[in-house]
Design a protein around this ligand. Structure first.
Ligand code: ADP
Ligand code: ADP
Length: 218
């Protein structure tokens, strides 16, 4: 059976950082709805123009658009063995749609790592986050600096600071998370797949705990 891992946690918790590391170690694709929206925005596709109106304000892109996009992504052949989802689902409607889709595949969500971090740390993380233009690799100017400032260690592309990582937008995104996404913690707890993690630990420690939890699934 395929493995579907869903990262849950507020913006800045370390979902993308850990999802990328797990993708490397498991060979499963890293599916980040935020990355897909940003790619579409930079290419100014129809989807990108629509998404931009929401992402730049820190609002959620409407469910029908996001769900349609993820259905298309998870049907691609590289997701045959499963996927590591980062930033999806973010609403109850999205979680239910994901369950229906995986049910069609004869599968289900296997593990939901829920990364917890206090608000003050989230703001400090996002205000120092630098993201790679080519592939979304993630750095922090203090906590996880690149070897050369402004240059991605992995592919040499330019690092930039996301517009929605400005402190005022970050605070709004945290509120949007509390209101729309936090209820998913109970949703997945009831299904018995929630795995709570202390996200204030160093990146390597969080990874070790996650890899140990992964051994327990399937
Ligand atoms: P998310 O995907 O949950 O929004 P990211 O993985 O992009 O979070 O991480 C947000 C910022 O915090 C990035 O700059 C990243 O380098 C940094 N970061 C991630 N995990 C940790 C950690 N455990 N300790 C310190 N900084 C971290
Ligand atoms: P972070 O992990 O730092 O919060 P993401 O890169 O996951 O940021 O998402 C950036 C933005 O993309 C969100 O603020 C939202 O506007 C949009 N977005 C990403 N995923 C979803 C989703 N599942 N549903 C609705 N909007 C989303």
């Amino acid at each position: 059976m395929a493995s579907y891992i869903v990262f849950l946690g507020p913006p800045g918790a370390g979902k993308g950082t850990q999802a990328k590391i797990l993708a490397q170690s498991t060979g499963l694709p890293h599916v980040s709805t935020g990355d897909i929206f940003r790619e579409n925005i930079s290419q100014q596709t129809e989807l990108g123009r629509l998404a931009q109106q929401y992402t730049e304000k820190g609002e959620l892109v409407p469910d029908d658009v996001t769900i349609g996009m993820i259905r298309e992504r998870l049907r691609r052949p590289d997701c045959e063995k499963g996927a590591i989802l980062d930033g999806f689902p973010r609403t109850l409607a999205q979680a239910e749609a994901l369950d229906r889709l995986l049910d069609e595949f004869g599968s289900r969500v296997n593990l939901v790592p829920f990364i917890q971090v206090d608000d003050e740390t989230l703001v400090a993380r996002l205000s120092g986050r630098w993201t790679c233009r080519a592939a979304g690799h993630i750095f922090h100017e203090q906590f996880n600096p690149p070897a050369r400032p402004g240059v991605c260690d992995f592919d040499g592309s330019e690092l930039y600071q996301r517009k929605d990582d400005r402190a005022d937008t970050v605070r709004h995104r945290i509120q949007v998370y509390r209101q729309n996404t936090a209820p998913l913690v109970e949703y997945y707890r009831q299904k018995g797949v929630l795995f709570e993690l202390d996200g204030t630990e160093p990146i390597e420690t969080v990874t070790k705990v996650l890899l140990a939890a992964l051994e327990g699934i399937n």
